[in-house]
Design a protein around this ligand. Structure first.
Ligand SMILES: [Zn+2]
Ligand SMILES: [Zn+2]
Length: 349
């Protein structure tokens, strides 16, 4: 049997390369040659430093990491219905049971069956040259998009698109992203593609502020502080933004997203963990504002997103600032953990 190296996360801020058999696809499964795998904030938050995730975010020790994979099918299992050898594919990163209410809605992320398993968490993911995937979890990668684009879609861009759709971003809206990590940057890139004429970012890390400006994703970028709300009001005719997304997961950041949104505006929370406090009457009720919670996306919306990325002519790959080979996965995770970067990817030959 052929063997390969795969990256596992022991939970002490290091990455180990362990030996695995190259898997054989079973019924309804494919073997994918991984071409790109990006690192997510949730990998760092729940797995890299400590295995703090529970339930759907519980990492099974020894599992090959990486829930944002993109590659090409190199071997078919029996019983395939749509995909075939040679197809370029994105893996939607949760394999649901397929038959519960949530799976039938396309939201395998919300599946609570014991048969649910997320790639890179409870079953082997994309930080290895080959990975096994269920055909039903695949999204076709159009020729116009790169493997790095696809890896970006597998989790981050899918999550952001879902949230921006929930708050109906259009050409009417000034859009604010609080937190300019990969998710906040993706929010600005997609908001522009969806028509937003003006985007605003708020971020602590100076490298990320610079990146948002250099890539022309944020028309205005502010660092949090006493005056940040006034700074936002000053560039929005004193009214605030129509739409805001919080990707900071920070209590003050979330409060800012609410307060900086104008009357009848909409706010989406996608940053995970932490808490928030606000005063319902002045902050939400009197301003007739709506807050949405948004968790990943559905299979069908991910499919819509790749079609639209081609239509808009944009590449999520632009937000990837660093790429590493698998042998240097340790450096890749360490950089992502430090945060002086956009998105970080592991790429394969
Ligand atoms: Zn992710
Ligand atoms: Zn299910």
């Amino acid at each position: 049997m052929k063997t390969m190296k795969g990256a596992i996360l022991p939970g002490n801020g290091t990455v180990e390369l362990a030996s695995f058999d190259v898997p054989k696809p079973g019924y309804g499964q494919v073997l994918i040659k991984t071409m790109a795998s990006t690192i997510c904030g949730s990998d760092i938050r729940c797995i890299y430093n400590e295995h703090v995730g529970k339930g759907p975010e519980g990492y099974q020790p020894g599992t090959i990491a990486g829930h944002e994979p993109c590659g090409i099918i190199v071997e078919e299992g029996n019983g395939l219905k749509r995909f075939k050898k040679g197809d370029r594919v994105i893996v939607y990163h949760i394999s649901g049971c397929g038959v519960c209410y949530d799976c039938r809605r396309g939201y395998a992320i919300s599946c609570s069956s014991p048969h649910r398993a997320a790639y890179g968490w409870q079953r082997d993911g994309g930080m290895a040259p080959f990975m096994l995937a269920e055909e039903r979890d695949l999204i076709e990668l159009p020729d116009e998009l790169t493997y790095l684009d696809g890896a970006q879609v597998a989790c981050g861009f899918g999550t952001v698109y879902e949230a921006l759709e929930k708050i109906d971003v259009s050409g009417n809206d000034i859009v604010l992203a609080v937190g300019l990590g990969p998710v906040g940057l993706a929010a600005l890139q997609l908001a522009k593609a969806m028509g937003s004429p003006t985007t605003i970012g708020v971020e602590v890390n100076k490298e990320r502020i610079k990146l948002a400006k250099d890539l022309k994703l944020a028309d205005y970028a502010f660092t949090p502080g006493e005056n940040v709300l006034d700074d936002i009001l000053a560039v929005t005719n004193g009214k605030g933004v129509e739409k805001a997304i919080d990707a900071s997961a920070n209590a003050k950041g979330r409060e800012l997203a609410i307060k900086a949104t104008r009357a009848f505006g909409k706010i989406a929370f996608v940053g995970e963990g932490g808490t928030v406090s606000f005063t319902p009457s002045p902050d939400i009720i009197h301003g007739q504002k709506t807050i949405y919670g948004s968790w990943v996306t559905s299979l069908w919306k991910m499919e819509d997103l790749v079609e639209r990325l081609v239509r808009w002519g944009i590449h999520p790959e632009r937000l990837i600032t660093h790429t590493f080979p698998l042998e240097k996965a340790g450096e890749a995770y360490a950089l992502m953990s430090k945060g002086d970067c956009g998105k970080v990817a592991v790429v394969f030959e």
